[in-house]
Design a protein around this ligand. Structure first.
Ligand SMILES: [Fe+2]
Ligand SMILES: [Fe+2]
Length: 276
């Protein structure tokens, strides 16, 4: 295949088609949740992030669907609308789990849509680039640790892989969009991207601080049997990120920002004796 020009019609067709063709059809209503023993059910109920998770997924769905309505190109519209549908399905899947296991969560009313949809989309997608990278590592730990039964963990596998597709789509969408803009509009987009990234890094530093001060870390450390150092954890995230993204067309751009930051942090984190 001749070299792919980023921003070309062929680039757009490739990243939109790849996204649409790898969509996994499934119906949340048809999902069967496994029977859990008492200890697993108690652990599931004790997780502190259900409300945040459901609200985030449904707010993301609303923002992505709004962005889809702005897309004038039919193929791009189809791809972004499909992402919006998948985000809505994430929210429904979480709500289905909460209902099935009778985990009470009071969901606040959905916030109104921001007036600047493209900015909301950029912020959301930078959020996904960060959160997915760490979620891939956490998911691998959850899978291997036996913290939850394997049948329950595998119900979430499609969500993880969909998030990998979302960030892959986003970095290509952004590069295409940038290339399509006249040169004099590119600095404004670059400024928004820089601000989006900075705000996301800042908000995740705050989250890490909050988690470090809170109860969740203690509970997690007591229950999850893992001796991973922070450096090992970042290595695991890098491996999982690569594994999840390598199945897609090699000509497409890959998310670079978070893996590059993670590698830089790995270089300064202390190595354990006997480990490279
Ligand atoms: Fe999602
Ligand atoms: Fe997503």
């Amino acid at each position: 295949m001749p070299e792919l020009v980023i921003g070309s019609e062929r680039h757009k067709e490739l990243f939109c088609r790849e996204f649409i063709d790898t969509h996994l059809p499934y119906d949340v209503a048809a999902l069967r949740w496994p029977v859990l023993d008492e200890a697993s059910l108690a652990r599931l109920c004790a997780l502190p992030f259900w409300q945040e998770a459901v609200s985030t997924e449904s707010a993301t769905a609303a923002k992505v669907q709004a962005q889809a309505r702005l897309e004038r190109d039919a193929l791009m519209h189809e791809a972004v609308a499909l992402q919006g549908y998948e985000e809505e399905r994430h929210s429904q899947l979480l709500q289905s789990l909460l209902t099935h296991y009778d985990i009470g969560v009071s969901l606040p009313p959905s916030p109104p849509l921001p007036t600047d949809i493209e900015w909301a989309f950029l912020r959301t997608e930078y959020g996904e680039c960060f959160d997915s990278f760490f979620a891939f590592g956490l998911f691998a730990i959850a899978k291997d640790s036996g913290f939850f039964p394997a049948e329950l963990v595998t119900r979430f596998e499609p969500i993880m892989q969909e998030e990998a597709r979302h960030i892959l789509f986003f970095v290509n969408w952004l590069a295409y969009r940038r290339a399509q803009l006249p040169w004099w509009q590119r600095p404004a987009l670059a400024g928004r991207c820089l601000l989006g990234m900075t705000l996301q890094v800042w908000s995740r530093i705050q989250t890490a601080r909050g988690v470090g001060d809170g109860d969740f870390t203690l509970k997690g450390h007591e229950s999850i049997d893992t001796d991973l150092s922070p450096r090992d954890f970042l290595h695991l995230c890098l491996q999982e990120n690569e594994r999840r993204l390598k199945r897609y067309d090699p000509y497409l751009l890959r998310p670079q920002l978070v893996p590059t930051l993670a590698k830089a942090v790995c270089r300064v984190l202390p190595k354990r004796r006997g480990v490279d």
